[in-house]
Design a protein around this ligand. Structure first.
Ligand SMILES: NC(=O)C1=CN([C@@H]2O[C@H](COP(=O)(O)OP(=O)(O)OC[C@H]3O[C@@H](n4cnc5c(N)ncnc54)[C@H](O)[C@@H]3O)[C@@H](O)[C@H]2O)[C@@H](O)CC1
Ligand SMILES: [K+]
Length: 463
């Protein structure tokens, strides 16, 4: 699990270090880390460093000085000035300081561009010369290493503006929102988090973290010698409708391939269809540990009654699709709601673009008011808990943006709830395993084909 902090939390943490140790050279540590990663990305050849007026530029200038020790380094002061001591160090080390025209020309020979124009202090709208240079970098084959974040992005947001597009980003102490939230995250390339001796404690209730594959492996429920179908978990699926029969099959595929002890099907799709594809399914209500509701219901009547009936069972439930608009009154402790941005916006009565701009606060709001965990699906998948804590699932490729992925995911999460995982963790682990399966099987696999590959991914993860 990796922490995600705000720019302000980083600045406060840095200040605490300076208060305790006024002479500490954090910029020196940051610059050495940048130079080291630069050597790994491009071990030889000329380096071109684009430098801004603040401390991000300072990191870049001291890194340039390190690199100039043994290779040609060109420095461009993108906004006409640079960190004073850093610039002196770079000049003393033999860096060649050039203007915008010469910088554009130097791009042709460069083995690496270091982008140190803006970092935590970045404001949207890069000056035109810098934006043009960033475009030229993108059009060239030269790799870009961004210091802290690709200049032009906002550290605390996943939104994109004119910015550099990096192959590598070196950041300090902890991840920031732009490194993990799409679409900005895609502009960061591989993100290296470097410890520069700045501890960043977080308020647990408001924490944002990103799960990794080790978390998924640790949390995945595995049977032992005492297990039977009931102790592994029985999940009851009320999914699909006459119009969306496939949704029933997709939720069953997700639930079974995630390792349910038993799947019961209680939805309105003809049981013969379900059994012809999945003969181990048991049709009708019975003993169960979790339910899945809503996938493929469409606008069918009686949603409120079906959700209320599920509540009477007293079981944790995954609530998906149209069941999200039929939530019963009262706290839904232990439930997992799985909206995408459009569904969450309808639940909140706001625009979809607002959810896309503020995904964390929107997911938190619904978790707080319902008492359920909320898995907000999309290119980045967020799980908010009623406490305010948010966990981002392991990211995956964009191929899973297709009809039916959400149905499979609801089934996977149902199995995990039935196995006894708390709702937030079922959401994180379910979304992560689907992303990991897609990452290991790149290409346009339909959701049922990817569901069929879950067992081998789960098996290899736990081996
Ligand atoms: N906070 C910390 O703990 C550490 C910070 N360090 C570095 O310091 C950076 C933060 O430094 P600063 O606070 O000086 O901020 P930045 O260096 O990110 O940027 C500030 C400067 O850039 C200008 N600027 C920002 N966006 C602009 C835009 N769109 N158009 C024109 N000008 C723009 C601002 O006016 C200001 O002069 C971090 O990103 C990191 O690289 C490191 O040295 C190590 C430790
Ligand atoms: K930068």
């Amino acid at each position: 699990m990796r922490q995600v902090i705000t720019a302000q939390q980083m600045r406060d943490a840095e200040q605490r270090v300076f208060d305790a140790e006024p002479d500490v050279d954090l910029m020196g540590r940051a610059a050495r880390a940048v130079a080291k990663i630069a050597e790994g990305v491009a071990p030889s050849g000329p380096v071109l460093v684009a430098v801004g007026p603040g401390n991000n530029g300072g990191d870049g200038l001291f890194a340039a000085a390190h690199l100039a020790d043994h290779r040609p380094v060109t420095v461009w002061l993108a906004m006409g000035k640079g960190h004073e001591a850093g610039l002196a160090a770079a000049r003393a080390a033999g860096c060649h300081v050039v203007d915008a025209v010469a910088a554009a020309a130097a791009l042709g020979d460069a083995a690496l561009v270091i982008d140190a124009v803006t970092g935590l202090g970045s404001r949207p709208e890069l000056p035109t010369t810098t934006a043009t240079f960033a475009e030229a970098c993108e059009a060239s084959a030269v790799p870009v290493l961004s210091v802290d974040l690709p200049s032009g992005l906002d550290a605390d947001s996943g939104q994109v503006h004119d910015s550099f597009r990096a192959q590598h980003t070196v950041t300090f102490a902890a991840l920031k929102a732009c490194h993990v939230q799409e679409p900005a995250a895609s502009r960061c390339g591989q993100v290296h988090v470097v410890d520069i001796g700045v501890p960043v404690p977080q308020d647990e209730g408001q924490a944002v973290r990103q799960a990794d594959e080790a978390d998924v492996a640790r949390w995945w429920p595995r049977p032992d010698a005492t297990s039977d179908k009931y102790s592994r978990g029985v999940v009851m699926l009320d999914t699909g409708s006459e119009h969306y029969q496939g949704a029933a099959l997709l939720t069953v595929a997700g639930a079974l391939n995630a390792g349910a002890g038993m799947v019961r099907y209680t939805g309105r799709v003809h049981s013969g269809l379900v059994l012809s594809r999945f003969p181990s399914v048991v049709v009708g209500e019975g003993r169960a540990q979790a339910m899945v509701l809503g996938s493929g219901w469409g606008d069918t009547d009686g949603a409120e009654g079906r959700v209320a009936n599920a509540r009477l069972h007293g079981l944790p439930a995954v609530v998906d699709a149209n069941a999200l608009y039929a939530l019963p009154q009262g706290r839904l402790d232990g439930w997992l709601l799985t909206p995408h941005a459009g569904e969450l916006s309808r639940m909140l009565g706001c625009s979809r673009s607002h959810v896309q701009t503020e995904p964390v606060s929107c997911a938190r709001e619904v978790a707080r008011t319902t008492g359920a965990a909320v898995l907000l699906k999309g290119a980045t998948q967020y799980v908010a808990e009623p406490s305010g804590r948010v966990t981002i699932a392991v990211p995956g490729p964009n191929w899973t943006a297709q009809a039916g992925s959400g149905d499979v995911l609801a089934g996977i999460c149902g199995t995990l709830l039935a196995a006894g995982l708390p709702a937030w963790r079922a959401g994180v682990v379910g979304a992560s395993i689907q992303a990991m399966t897609a990452a290991r099987n790149p290409g346009p696999y339909p959701p049922d084909a990817l569901a069929a590959r879950l067992p081998e991914v789960i098996g290899s993860l736990l081996a």
